[in-house]
Design a protein around this ligand. Structure first.
Ligand SMILES: C[S@@+](CC[C@H](N)C(=O)[O-])C[C@H]1O[C@@H](n2cnc3c(N)ncnc32)[C@H](O)[C@@H]1O
Length: 311
């Protein structure tokens, strides 16, 4: 696959498919919020990410902020798609090889293509998923998407209050927390600026899950010599959430005490799990573009990993 395959035709096709799959469809000019409690006057990180992925659930303020990020980091769109690739491969491995049947997806984002419940339920129809996000628009769209799926629920909650997530009545009614859970925190911890707060949340949530559960994390990686990351952070400071990148050592600390599986914590260019070629054969209709040429991923400052909770 060449770079133009990724950034060109494939990207356009992907964006078109996304637009068709999202509730609400394209936003017209003269945009109005889809619900009274949705603030579209300032950028929201969920909607900026939707824009990076080629979705249509974003507004002028989101697009403007997202374009500022892209201007400084042109690989951002590819990075967002590489992140989805990581998420999908991780969920397939958890539902397949690891036999996980329950997922908590924190910082789930706006519904897109190949959402976690769709990926997991393709492998195990009885897989149950609880989506958690602190952006009210995620709940609005997820409610619409999930209205007919009894195995999936969405709650509006903040990762910085992990006990509220564990205590949530919808979550408790939906999942059996005495059985293993796949805990997904994909591209969300870098929206918690204070490291101790982020670490405490991860620990608290892991402590609330039984042995045999898994933690999945992807996270923005600090790069030596990229001082312009501060400019990107300024854009995010004006949005719904500030953002931060962390060193490999800091990201690794989120997995302290867990048993790493696959390649451990790795740069996206070096991460894969299970038999990737067999998975690709098993999912010929996979609509998220495959990023076969990993050399393209080398320039994307993201790391990911999966750890198992063994007690
Ligand atoms: C970049 S998106 C990631 C979406 C999805 N996990 C993925 O990787 O494709 C980050 C999401 O995290 C959510 N988020 C940010 N801070 C959060 C917090 N403190 N608690 C819960 N969700 C948060 C945002 O609203 C957004 O939907």
């Amino acid at each position: 696959m060449s770079r133009s395959d990724i950034d060109g035709d494939e990207s356009t096709r992907f964006a078109g498919e996304m637009a068709g799959s999202l509730p609400g469809g394209p936003t017209p000019d003269g945009e109005t919020p889809p619900a009274p409690d949705i603030d579209i006057s300032k950028p929201h990180v969920a909607r900026m990410y939707d824009y990076f992925l080629g979705g249509k659930n974003n507004y002028a303020a989101d697009r403007e902020a997202a374009e500022q990020v892209i201007a400084m980091f042109p690989q951002t769109r590819l990075g967002a798609r590489a992140n989805r690739r990581f998420l999908i491969d991780a969920v397939r491995w958890l539902a397949g090889e690891a036999g996980i049947r329950q997922f908590i997806d924190i910082g789930s984002g706006l519904p897109t293509q190949q959402n976690v419940h769709e990926v997991a339920q393709e492998i195990a129809a009885d897989a149950r998923v609880v989506y958690v996000d602190n952006d009210p628009l995620v709940r609005v769209h997820a409610d619409a998407l999930l209205a007919t799926d009894g195995n999936t629920a969405v709650i509006e909650a903040d990762l910085r209050d992990p006990q509220a997530i564990l205590n949530d009545a919808t979550l408790r009614g939906h999942l059996d927390l005495s059985r293993p859970v796949g805990l997904l925190m994909v591209a969300v911890l870098h929206f918690i600026e204070d490291f101790d707060t982020a670490l405490a949340s991860v620990r608290h949530l892991c402590d609330g899950l039984p042995s045999g559960s898994y933690l999945v994390i992807s996270h923005g990686l600090a790069q030596e010599g990229r001082d312009d990351v501060e400019e990107v952070r300024k854009v995010y400071r004006r949005s719904s959430s500030s953002a931060v990148v962390r060193s490999r050592a800091e990201i690794a600390r989120f997995f302290d005490g867990l048993t790493m599986v696959g390649p451990g914590l790795a740069h996206f260019a070096d991460w894969s799990i299970g038999d990737a070629a067999a998975r690709r054969r098993a999912y010929p209709d996979d609509r998220v573009v495959s990023i076969d040429d990993r050399s393209f991923l080398a320039g994307i400052p993201m790391m990911g990993g999966i750890g198992r909770i063994d007690r």
